[in-house]
Design a protein around this ligand. Structure first.
Ligand code: PMV
Length: 351
């Protein structure tokens, strides 16, 4: 029953990496060892509302349930980045006309914040929601604090600190995470709005928590896989081909390089000690099915993250056909066609 004095809310969409981010060169700033590139996904998103509350403690409510422990700590640390920014840059009120101008901006960052999130990632999708979650939170906090001087590009560096892949959810379409030299220029750029005949189909085989989270899985791979230096080099070459394919709107070129990248992504983990194995027998069946569709003439290609689920990239015009085929071949899977998604946007209050 805390009194709400000021409010902002945003929606951000999830993304699937065509070229994977897997390894940090700086663990506290979350700077990557290589560049990655993703497609923002329309049907999977998080809505997040933030408001100032009376009291000393920040609160985090996820899908109606009050959170404590690590989830709350991650959200609190994330808000801390904005607080730190505000205390370093003085008043937020330099942005005349913002919702907070006229208030005592100097003290805003000392106030407790309530974060309320709803994941619209179909539970059966089994897709990580941390990307859409931290992108939505970053977008909403920029509004709440009236930090309209922070560009989307700069905001992506904030999102990055919540979860690396969240940086790419600050833009729609095809998005690249620039390597950069440090915190300020390791940001996201949109390479293409993906408003052409390209889309994806998610084939979700399991909603179970993955056995090794991305944070520890990455560190383990970097530290123990003899293939790691090769992964970095190969990934750079794969990325160039994907970018070329996007420029040419050539789904076959994009798909081929994307598949080559995901194969190496899993191979570098097979070579870790002990090995990390995210692919299951079921994943392989789906992959082989995608290959057989391709042999029959459908331009579809697969990728996977650090889990058993498979995502097919195909022309948007083939999405429903591929989805129908997958549903009949794998009735136990949740199959979700996913067109390219937009950048985050402010949304009105819900509740
Ligand atoms: O954002 P994180 O720390 O959950 O890492 C995501 C890693 C992958 O999803 C496996 C790859 C990627 O680039 O999204």
């Amino acid at each position: 029953g805390a009194e709400m004095t000021d409010f902002a809310a945003a929606r951000a969409h999830a993304n699937i990496a065509l070229i994977k981010y897997w390894g940090k060169r700086d663990a506290s700033l979350i700077l990557p060892t290589s560049e990655s590139l993703s497609l923002t996904l329309d049907p999977l998103y998080t809505d997040t509302a933030v408001s100032f509350i009376d009291g000393a403690e920040d609160q985090f409510i996820l899908d109606g349930a009050e959170q404590g422990g690590t989830p709350l700590e991650r959200v609190r640390a994330f808000i801390g980045l904005f607080r730190q920014y505000m205390s370093a840059h003085g008043k937020a009120g330099s942005t005349a006309g913002s919702e907070v101008s006229g208030r005592d901006c100097d003290s805003l960052y000392t106030r407790a914040v309530r974060v309320e999130s709803h994941n619209h990632v179909p539970t059966a999708a089994g897709m990580a929601s941390s990307a859409s979650a931290f992108a939505a939170l970053a977008w909403a906090l920029r509004d709440l604090y009236g930090l309209h001087g922070i560009s989307d590009r700069q905001l992506s560096t904030f999102a990055r600190r919540g979860s690396g892949s969240a940086l790419r959810s600050i833009f729609g379409g095809f998005v690249k995470w620039k390597y950069g030299t440090g915190d300020n220029d390791s940001y996201a750029i949109q390479v293409d709005d993906a408003q052409w005949d390209v889309g994806a189909v998610i084939i979700a085989l399991s909603t179970k928590q993955k056995k090794t989270g991305s944070r520890s899985g990455m560190a383990h791979t970097v530290n123990t896989s003899a293939f790691y230096p090769l992964w970095r080099e190969a990934s750079e070459a794969d990325l160039k081909l994907v970018e070329e394919g996007i420029r040419e709107r050539d789904i076959n070129k994009i798909g081929k390089a994307m598949e080559a990248n995901v194969m190496k992504f899993h191979a570098v983990m097979f070579a870790a000690d002990p090995p990390l194995t995210y692919m299951t027998a079921e994943s392989w069946k789906v992959i082989e099915h995608i290959w057989s569709l391709r042999e029959q003439g459908a331009p579809c290609y697969f990728t996977m993250d650090a889990g058993p689920n498979v995502v097919a990239l195909c022309p948007r015009s083939h999405m429903d056909q591929v989805a129908a085929d997958m549903r009949s071949a794998f009735p136990q899977a949740a199959v979700i066609p996913a067109a390219s998604g937009p950048a985050p946007e402010g949304i009105p209050a819900h509740e």
